[in-house]
Design a binder for this molecule. Structure first.
Ligand SMILES: NC(=O)c1ccc[n+]([C@@H]2O[C@H](COP(=O)([O-])OP(=O)(O)OC[C@H]3O[C@@H](n4cnc5c(N)ncnc54)[C@H](OP(=O)(O)O)[C@@H]3O)[C@@H](O)[C@H]2O)c1
Length: 311
């Protein structure tokens, strides 16, 4: 069956990146690309087109502007869907799926292109597992009005390899558009990325420090070390084989970009909810299920809840 209707659900930075490459791959206009998002974002794209700026690209001739999308502020207005990319933040997923119940009843394939652990389990309440494709987004990006820019060197998306993704990805993205790789060990890589987020995001948001400043603060390094060890224990129970030297990999990775401020800091500054519940909070929930304590992740999750005024 060929794909006709593609939905970007939660059009923000990542949704705009995907929309750009989906539309670039849709030169004949045979597919409908439906953007579901907030009016402020959609109005700007509708008026000016969606412009993608590759990493550090100053030559405007190499910027890519795409148009021709359909726009909706409510998923219930979308007429049909073969494929849905969930590109909202993790804390919006459950409510958003509830709103999309009708659309999901026709069994579209859902790509989860979000950070966080346990998200497929949430989608599984609405769809059978083979229709859910988990992805790891290694494509730092920022959306301002109608302009989305790649803010880091990476520009890759890794998607779970199964029969459906093998069939759909070539139909969605033409070669030489988006670097999207299929991987049977996607789950493992997802956890590796989660370790980076679990170790750094909340800590940097609580302390409002750059990554480099966190790394230079010995007591914070000790807490991070505990966060990673607890994650390692849970991952083993989950059947995930994280590398033995995961913590070293974490320090190496973080030291490459000392001036970086994880977006969790921005979320706190703007009074927005963070994804901590689906990172550190997930480790706490799973630890409880497996019968052991995860005190470092529990404390960080509680502190973030207080900062986010949830308690
Ligand atoms: N940006 C990056 O560099 C990057 C890189 C890798 C992974 N990720 C992950 O990718 C995911 C998306 O990140 P992002 O930066 O693209 O987030 P984002 O810019 O906040 O985009 C999500 C957009 O969807 C909207 N939204 C949420 N629920 C909606 C609904 N039911 N209907 C319509 N609109 C809805 C949000 O509005 P509200 O804000 O009003 O809810 C927001 O405008 C996150 O899990 C993030 O961690 C991001």
């Amino acid at each position: 069956m060929s794909i006709k209707d593609i939905v970007i659900y939660g059009t923000g930075a990542i949704g705009s990146v995907l929309a750009t490459f989906l539309q670039l791959s849709n030169a004949e206009g045979e597919k409908n690309i439906h953007l579901v998002g907030r009016a402020s974002v959609l109005d700007s794209i509708k008026e000016n087109g969606l412009t993608f700026i590759p990493y550090q690209e100053t030559n405007q001739q190499n910027w890519i502007t795409t148009t021709g999308f359909n726009y909706y502020t409510n998923i219930q207005q979308v007429p049909r869907a073969d494929v849905i990319f969930c590109t909202m933040k993790a804390h919006s997923l459950q409510r958003s799926l509830e709103d999309a119940k009708d659309l999901l009843s026709s069994n579209p394939t859902v790509f989860i292109t979000m950070n966080g652990l346990g998200l497929a389990e949430i989608v599984e309440k609405y769809l059978t597992r083979e229709h859910i494709i988990e992805c790891i987004v290694l494509f730092p990006s920022k959306l301002e009005n109608n302009i989305v820019r790649n803010t880091g060197g990476n520009s890759t998306i890794i998607a779970e390899k199964n029969e459906i993704s093998k069939r759909l990805i070539p139909q969605l993205f033409k070669p030489d558009t988006l670097d999207i790789q299929l991987d049977k060990n996607c789950k493992q890589r997802q956890w590796q990325k989660a370790v980076m987020n679990i170790g750094m995001n909340a800590i940097s948001a609580i302390t409002m420090k750059t990554v480099g400043e966190v790394l230079a603060t010995e007591p914070l390094r000790k807490i991070i070390s505990q966060l990673i060890q607890e994650t390692f224990l849970v991952s083993q129970k989950e059947g995930i084989n994280l590398p033995e030297d995961m913590e070293e990999k974490f320090w190496d990775f973080c030291s490459k970009d000392p001036n970086h401020r994880p977006s969790t800091q921005q979320d706190i500054k703007r009074g927005k909810p963070t994804e901590t519940k689906f990172l550190n909070g997930y480790i706490v929930r799973k630890g409880k299920e497996y019968g052991f304590a995860t005190p470092a992740n529990a404390s960080i999750t509680t502190l973030m809840d207080i900062i986010e005024q949830k308690i």
